[in-house]
Design a protein around this ligand. Structure first.
Ligand SMILES: NC(=O)c1ccc[n+]([C@@H]2O[C@H](COP(=O)([O-])OP(=O)(O)OC[C@H]3O[C@@H](n4cnc5c(N)ncnc54)[C@H](OP(=O)(O)O)[C@@H]3O)[C@@H](O)[C@H]2O)c1
Length: 255
């Protein structure tokens, strides 16, 4: 799942912190959960269908000496999206230090093919769920709190047709992040957004039908790994002064 060293969790930069990663059962979210644990955090993660995969990540975190809990919470459901924050905090004594808004739906397609239902579903998961989770987290966080959201390189450069709905939804998160930074800065809480390029996950396999073209769009000429994106997310979880920022981990897709 991740190949980052064998450092003991007790030596980490996030010792004693509690983190929630939405969509932590696979891909970038799972890699982030494990990296957070390596830095000493206890980790709650949400999933919607992948119970076994989520439990697998829980076992990996526990093997690193940290506590973990998997919560079934559908980000498309407003109550569940917000409620996951309270459930995560309650699982670890009431505190929450880090929220990673990782869940996202990658629905691409020609403009004329996208239905009202598609628009509602993508906005519910990619925007409303992120807003509600951030709102709930901000209500619990104290100084030192971190909200890190996963955007996409397509907020900076849309390389071809088919991305209207996805790019629109993820672009809303840039505005949300900047506004959160302004609103929460006085309380010592930061908000940042990470923009991955093409990353080899179930959502976008590096051997998928459009993979070659995506790799060619990057300066490095290759897909990234979930662990490479997780590295930036976890760096921001430990960063004091970065807020309101957009951080690309995209192999130069936007260059
Ligand atoms: N992969 C890329 O190339 C790429 C590029 C740019 C940005 N991103 C963004 O990075 C984030 C993670 O993507 P990924 O590639 O790691 O995706 P992924 O491999 O498809 O994993 C998605 C994760 O989110 C969970 N999930 C999906 N819908 C959910 C819902 N409604 N409620 C709760 N959990 C849900 C899944 O849980 P289950 O196991 O239960 O299904 C899984 O843990 C997304 O926001 C995506 O837009 C990805």
């Amino acid at each position: 799942m991740t190949s980052q060293g064998t450092r003991n969790a007790s030596q980490g930069t996030l010792n004693g912190k509690v983190a929630l990663v939405t969509g932590g059962s696979r891909g970038i979210g799972a890699a982030t959960a494990v990296r957070l644990a390596r830095e000493g955090a206890d980790v709650a993660l949400t999933y919607v269908n992948g119970k076994e995969a989520a439990e697998d990540v829980v076992r990996t975190v526990e093997a690193l000496g940290r506590r973990a809990v998997a919560l079934r919470a559908d980000s498309a459901d407003a109550e569940e999206a917000a409620g996951a924050v309270a459930r995560a905090a309650e699982a670890f004594g009431g505190r929450l230090d880090v929220l990673v808004n990782n869940v996202g739906v990658g629905l691409l397609g020609p403009l004329e093919s996208l239905s009202v239902g598609d628009v509602d579903r993508v906005l519910a998961v990619n925007v409303r769920g992120v807003f509600l989770a951030s709102q709930a987290a901000a209500g619990r966080m104290v100084a030192g709190g971190r909200i890190i959201t996963v955007g996409t390189c397509m907020t900076q450069r849309v390389p071809g047709p088919g991305g209207t709905l996805y790019a629109m939804s993820k672009s809303a998160l840039v505005g949300l992040t900047k506004a959160l930074a302004r609103e929460l800065g006085a309380r010592g809480i930061t908000a940042n957004i990470v923009h991955p390029g093409p990353v080899d996950t179930d959502m976008n396999p590096a051997d998928g039908p459009y993979a070659e073209g995506q790799a060619a769009m990057t300066a490095l000429g290759r897909f990234g790994t979930a662990d490479e994106v997780a590295g930036m997310i976890v760096h921001l979880a430990g960063s004091e002064y970065a807020t309101g920022g957009e951080f690309s981990v995209d192999g130069g897709h936007a260059a």
